[in-house]
Design a protein around this ligand. Structure first.
Ligand code: MG
Length: 268
C-alpha cells in the first residue's frame, strides 16, 4: 500500500491511499496507520502533500554507502555512524527547501531511503527487524556543508537540521511491497541532471542491521525515521563542487517508492 498524508479541498488533513504518484485523489484512511486503520470507500482530492510521517526522532546514518565513504576520503566506518537530525527540518513533496538566510551557500543534497518504524522496537534482533518496520519513503538529508564540517567543527547535527532540510515523501510504501529494502535503485536529479545514481545494495550496514543496532540503545518509537545514508555523487565531493541554488529543483527517486520533488528558495 502507498500511504500519503495530505490536505484536501476542505482544508482538512487526511491519510489516504493512492495507486500511483499521478493520482489526483486518494482513498481516505480512517484511524492510525501505526495502529488500527481501515481504508474507506471515500475519495478526497489531493490539494497539498504533507510528510507521510511526523517523526518523534530522525536518526541519520552517515557514510553508509561504500562508494560514498570512499568519495569523502574518510573511509569505511567500523560501526554505523549515527547522528540525530532535528524534527523541525521535516518538509514534504513539492514544498520548498529554504537556503538559510544566515548563510552559507554550501547546501548539498543527499538521496536516502527512509525507514519508518511501525511499533516500539527495543533490543530487536536482525532477523526480526523487518517486523518493526511499517514502510519506506524517499528522503533528502539536506546538509549545509560548511556548518557540518567547518563552522561546527565536524558536529554534523546543526548543519543538517536547518528548517526544511528533511523532505520526506511523496508516499510511505508498506514493507510488504518492498521485501528487500537493499535491492532498490536510488537517484538524485538536480534540474533534470542525474547526480546520484546508485543502488541500496551498496549500503555497508543493511536495513535490518541498522534497526537492530539502533534498538540496542534506544526504543525506536512508532514513526521514527531512520535515514539510511546516501550513495556517491554528493555535491561537495564533486570537482568543482555542486551546491543547491535558488531556483533549482531537486528530485530524489527510489524504485517502487516514487519521486520526491522539492524546489529550492532562499529563506527571507
Ligand atoms: Mg545523510
Amino acid at each position: 500500500m502507498k500511504f500519503i498524508r495530505f490536505t484536501s479541498d476542505d482544508d482538512n488533513t487526511y491519510y489516504g491511499v493512492v495507486e500511483s504518484q499521478e493520482d489526483k485523489r486518494a482513498r481516505i484512511v480512517k484511524g492510525s496507520i501505526f495502529a488500527d486503520f481501515s481504508v474507506t470507500e471515500k475519495f478526497a482530492p489531493i490539494k497539498k502533500y504533507l510528510s507521510p510521517v511526523l517523526p518523534p526522532n530522525i536518526i541519520g546514518i552517515g557514510l553508509n554507502y561504500a562508494k560514498h565513504a570512499e568519495e569523502t576520503g574518510i573511509g569505511y566506518p567500523e560501526i554505523p555512524v549515527m547522528f540525530l537530525k532535528g524534527t523541525n527540518a521535516v518538509t514534504a513533496h513539492l514544498q520548498p527547501i529554504h537556503l538559510p538566510g544566515i548563510g552559507p551557500d554550501e547546501v548539498d543534497y543527499e538521496a536516502e531511503l527512509a525507514v519508518v518504524i511501525g511499533k516500539p522496537a527495543k533490543n530487536v534482533t536482525k532477523d526480526k527487524a523487518g517486523e518493526y518496520i511499517l514502510g519506506y519513503c524517499c528522503a533528502n538529508d539536506v546538509s549545509a556543508r560548511d556548518w557540518q564540517i567547518k563552522k561546527q567543527k565536524k558536529q554534523w547535527a546543526r548543519g543538517k537540521s536547518f528548517d526544511t532540510f528533511c523532505p520526506i515523501g511523496p508516499c510511505l510504501v508498506t514493507r510488504d511491497e518492498i521485501p528487500n529494502p537493499n535491492g532498490l535503485w536510488i537517484q538524485t536529479e538536480v534540474n533534470g541532471t542525474i547526480l546520484q545514481d546508485s543502488h541500496t545494495s551498496d549500503m555497508i550496514y543493511d536495513v535490518p542491521t541498522l534497526v537492530s543496532h539502533l534498538s540496542q540503545s534506544m526504543t525506536l518509537m512508532p514513526g521514527t525515521v531512520i535515514l539510511t545514508g546516501t550513495p556517491e555523487g554528493v555535491g561537495f565531493t564533486r570537482k568543482p563542487p555542486v551546491f543547491l541554488r535558488e531556483g533549482d529543483q531537486v528530485t530524489v527517486s527510489i524504485e517502487t517508492i516514487g519521486r520526491l520533488i522539492n524546489p529550492v528558495v532562499r529563506e527571507k
